[in-house]
Design a protein around this ligand. Sequence first.
Ligand code: PMP
Length: 288
Amino acid sequence: MKVYLNGEFVEKEDAKVSVFDHGFLYGDGVFEGIRLYDGNIYKLEEHLVRLEQSAKALLLQMPVSRDEMRELVCESCRVNGLSNGYIRLIVTRGVGSLGLSPRGCGPSGLVIIADTIELFPKQYYEDGLKIVTVPTRRLSAAALPPMVKSLNYLNNILAKIEAQATGHPEALMLNEQGYVAECSGDNVFIIQGTTLATPHTASGSLRGITRDTVIEIAGECGLTVEKKNLTRYDIWVADECFVSGTAAEVVPVVEVDSRVIGDGRPGPTTLRLLEKFKEHVTGDGTRI
Ligand code: PMP
């Protein structure tokens, strides 16, 4: 496998970065996770925009233009002979001194890894997930906007550890006000009758690209979509619940905090949205 690293494609074993890169020292950088489906890089443009916006929020200089980045991502898939896979796009502050200051760092580092994907266990989709609310709260937007997909994922990692410690694969995270924000690496939705609801991004969630697609599909399916504050109670008493993300796609949730959701089986509307999502993924994006 070849990895794109700061201007060249190198063998995976040779893809090494400096320990003085502030991406390594401080998590000072941004990233994207993108799917390749049958030669189509799903929503590449949307991912590139989000990457640029994350970088802008951190006053981080993009190392290449949008057009160059698009071409490098496509080339990364081609050189590795991939038609299905997962692409990790990373921009770091670059090499600097040991101090916190980004002044004197640079140029920005760029890494593109195009690899095969390790899919979630089939059982998650067939039986649904059992998740739990964790004590760690989602970062306040006043501290670091959760819309920024930064290399510092400690907030989410702590949530994941807490969920796993109680035998759950995924964590439900609340924001400082106690409203539902998102899961450690996925957005969360509920269905109540013909209404699909999800926390608005101001609740402290990433503006997921899968989330946007789900909202679009839900509209096509005749569901009313609401972005609003959700409480744990709203989730416990929902007809259906699911999470969405690039790697996960759409995964039904059947239990939250020991409360069975609906009849304890993946909900019919969730399954319909997942089916429709799968129809979308080869048609909306960039051909490699
Ligand atoms: N929230 C967080 C914290 C994430 O890291 C991700 C991406 N894994 C998502 C939501 C889902 O976003 P997307 O659909 O763009 O992958």
